[in-house]
Ligand binder design. Structure first.
Ligand SMILES: [Zn+2]
Length: 72
């Protein structure tokens, strides 16, 4: 009897679609399951960094109470 363990394919969760993705050299898009998922994730990452870049300033800026016009 051969006692050699069968080489089990290793699967990881695709970060983009959550499906099984073959984690092997033959999968050049790992840890993604496909090229489409890889491009999707890169696109999401790019848009997220773009959003961070666009939304600076404003948040938490103290409003100077001195400059409020008092219209009674
Ligand atoms: Zn996927």
């Amino acid at each position: 009897m051969t006692d050699t363990p069968a080489p089990e394919p290793r699967y990881v969760r695709c970060p983009s679609c959550g499906g099984p993705s073959l984690y092997a050299a033959e999968n050049r898009y790992r840890p993604f399951c496909s090229e489409r998922c890889k491009l999707q994730d890169l696109g999401a990452w790019a848009s997220e960094s773009f959003r961070l870049d666009a939304g600076d300033g404003e948040a938490g800026a103290p409003t100077p109470s001195n400059e409020q016009p008092r219209d009674a």
